[in-house]
Ligand binder design. Structure first.
Ligand code: BG6
Length: 462
């Protein structure tokens, strides 16, 4: 077969998932509540169709079945997260034996099926007991996270070689402290900056612990949603707006984790607006050192930005949107279910940016995918014919292939996600899986995209 798009040998084909979105058993076997369990119990009406995280796709009980399906499709790697509130129900202190057993089983099952486990330590799921003392605003939580990370490396590092400290750490900042889509639903830019900063400190401390342990062949990184900021035009005011959006939402994490320093312009912007976080004296050194080995990139949509059309309301709290307006480009291609623009070239632009400005650090696409509502209407002969998803993946892969041809150091592609999962407040509104989940019966059925993916993996291209 002649392949038009052939990927490098050993390319990581896989999928990604997170604990809260797939495990279920959210109050079983000693797990304590995390912010999602708590928020749902308190305000179920904030979740689509009132569906919470108690059951989800029941990975806690069905991991063997799911791993077998991954193997059938031919996937060679899988990224999942550990639930901190399951492993250490008090956030700090005693380790839950049942949780250790579960994660050991998952790791071993993956390895037995020739699927490499990638572990992520934190995917939006702060233990409630630690949120009660301020979550990421409190340095004690940073200390607790460092201990939790070390415990995970020690428990699973003999078999797991690819580690991530956080998934999209900017999202809990945006959701929890700016735009009210995660608990604790605070709207306060200064507190948001503190949360972001303390998350970077937590990340750095975990990296330091990891390096001290000298895990054989081990690599540590972070997963960032590097949403490119495109300016409406070349007008200097539009360009400046896009530059600020990029500083706030991308470079606030990308620069300290890869380069070991914050962008000077970001510090200046925060200073001018009285938003600088509290820092401690050893932080600078910690940030300068402890750089990552590789990076995961989540990419779904671009950010389009224009200069502000009018002055911000002086009565309203200051927000990042005081510095730019979002721009809806006429004629843009949309995923109308999620309300996200589809712009495949973004994946290429991110890779080129890492090549040109971040020393071509080793990277991989750790999430990319398409959530669609009411997919049952596409069922033909018993399977969902999700050609739109196949097109979505294919078009992104073409741009990724071009980036690799041009020398970008990209090692893999993970689809979000393997099986339809619980999408936070959207619950099961939009389905992302290669595998269809019947929520009532927990039956799993491969979609057309799974069969297509199987061919791609088998041929290492298409
Ligand atoms: C990423 C997250 O932001 O996008 C996932 O890492 C999330 O946890 C995915 O599910 C898709 O977004 P959503 O909000 O549609 O679930």
């Amino acid at each position: 077969m002649i392949l038009k798009y052939e990927f490098p040998k050993g390319f990581w084909w896989g999928s990604a998932a997170s604990a809260t979105q797939t495990e279920g058993s959210s109050d079983k076997d000693g797990k304590s509540q995390n912010i999602w369990d708590y928020w749902y119990s308190n305000e179920p009406n904030r979740f689509f169709d009132g569906v919470g995280p108690q059951v989800t796709s029941d990975f806690y009980n069905r991991y063997k079945e799911d791993i077998k399906l991954m193997k059938d499709i031919g996937l060679n790697s899988f990224r999942f997260s550990i639930s901190w509130s399951r492993l250490i129900p008090n956030g700090i202190g005693e380790v839950n034996k049942k949780a250790v057993e579960f994660y050991n089983n998952v790791v071993n099952e993956l390895i037995d099926n020739n699927i490499e486990p990638f572990i992520n330590l934190f995917h939006f799921d702060m233990p409630m007991i630690l949120q009660n003392i301020g979550g990421w605003e409190n340095r004690e939580v940073v200390d607790a996270y460092e201990k939790y990370a070390k415990i995970c490396f020690e428990l699973f590092g003999d078999r797991v070689k690819k580690w991530f400290t956080f998934n999209e750490p900017i999202v809990p900042v945006e959701g929890g402290y700016l735009y009210d889509f995660h608990y604790p639903n605070v709207v306060d830019f200064k507190r948001a900056v503190q949360v972001a900063y303390n998350t970077v400190i937590a990340h750095k401390r975990a990296v330091k612990e990891f390096k001290n342990l000298n895990i054989k062949n081990g690599k540590i990184g972070i997963i960032l949603n590097l949403t490119p900021s495109y300016s409406r035009s070349n007008n200097p005011a539009d360009l400046k707006a896009a530059y600020i959006a990029d500083l706030l939402f991308n470079r606030s994490f990308l620069d300290p984790v890869v380069k070991g320093e914050y962008p000077k312009d970001l510090i200046e912007l925060l200073k001018q607006n009285n938003l600088l976080p509290e820092v401690q004296k050893d932080d600078k050194k910690l940030i300068e050192n402890n750089k990552i080995d590789f990076i995961g990139i989540n990419y779904y949509q671009p950010r389009r930005v224009k200069a502000k059309a009018c002055m911000p309301n002086p009565e309203a709290p200051i927000l990042p949107d005081n510095f730019f307006d979002n721009y809806e480009m006429p004629g843009r291609k949309m995923n109308v279910y999620r309300g996200w623009e589809i712009y495949e070239k973004g994946i290429y632009d991110i890779a080129i940016n890492l090549k040109e400005n971040y020393d071509n650090i080793e990277s991989y696409i750790s999430e990319n995918g398409m959530g669609v509502q009411n997919e049952e209407r596409f069922i033909k002969d018993g399977i969902i014919e999700d050609d739109y998803r196949i097109d979505f993946i294919k078009e992104h892969l073409k741009w990724l292939h071009k980036a690799i041809q041009e020398g970008c150091n990209v090692k893999g592609y993970h689809i979000w996600t393997f099986i339809d999962n619980w999408s936070w407040t959207n619950a099961y509104k939009n389905r992302y899986g290669l595998v269809q989940l019947d929520l009532k019966t927990q039956k799993r059925t491969l979609k057309k995209s799974a069969y297509w993916m199987k061919e791609v993996v088998k041929n290492n291209g298409f």
